[in-house]
Write a protein that binds this ligand. Sequence first.
Ligand SMILES: CC(C)(COP(=O)(O)OP(=O)(O)OC[C@H]1O[C@@H](n2cnc3c(N)ncnc32)[C@H](O)[C@@H]1OP(=O)(O)O)[C@@H](O)C(=O)NCCC(=O)NCCS
Length: 216
Amino acid sequence: MSTSYYIRPMEERDISQAIDIDNEAFPTQWPRPTYSPYKSELKNRLARYIVLTKPRDRSDQLEQQRSITRDEQSWFSRLFNLKPRHSYTLPPSSTEFVIGIAGIWLMVDEAHITTIGLRNDFRGQGLGELLLIATIELAQRLNANVITLEVRVSNSIAQSLYRKYRFQEVGRRLRYYSDNGEDALIMTTTSIKSPQFISYFQQLQNEHRRKCQNLY
Ligand SMILES: CC(C)(COP(=O)(O)OP(=O)(O)OC[C@H]1O[C@@H](n2cnc3c(N)ncnc32)[C@H](O)[C@@H]1OP(=O)(O)O)[C@@H](O)C(=O)NCCC(=O)NCCS
């Protein structure tokens, strides 16, 4: 059975759930995430955060829906190329369960993934990949040329996801993580504007759609 998942820009009302996800996805991260840095990030012109949500339960979906504002609509249009795969009507915030978050900073022509994470119970079902697809689409809509990120050397699950999307290791930041002194791998794509990347990305999206039909 299909569940209605939404991907939309993060809003202030999502911050407490985003912090919960941070705590689950990055339990050793220090300092612990708090409300005000998130709030500043949402106001940062160079940052973009998205959330992956699902209705809390079926009866909640029947509650009154709110229409999206013009700003949100233009954001959606840019993100999803004016042909939304997801409804343009959002459930009221109280009925939405945020299950994943992702964020980028746009620096000149580089989109740097600052975070991507899911609640524990939702991993391993293709949802992390869905979030990465939306993040890459977002970077493309913002006209970035490459996408970069740092990932723990021990995080083989995330590395496997990134390698699937043609991120390659280009360097290391020694003792980057202060909690345990672990190194970070620096991974980057080739040009996401190149015909080769666009065609490979399209192929992966189609495969994901086929494999995870219940998410669409
Ligand atoms: C990393 C994360 C976002 C991946 O999301 P997910 O929903 O678990 O992964 P998906 O089910 O979408 O799988 C996508 C790909 O990830 C990799 N992957 C997922 N689970 C894996 C596992 N148990 N072992 C190895 N690779 C795995 C595979 O490449 C998979 O592609 P495939 O299905 O073609 O093999 C998620 O596990 C998470 O939130 N982890 C904690 C936070 C984190 O580490 N974030 C990254 C920081 S850099």
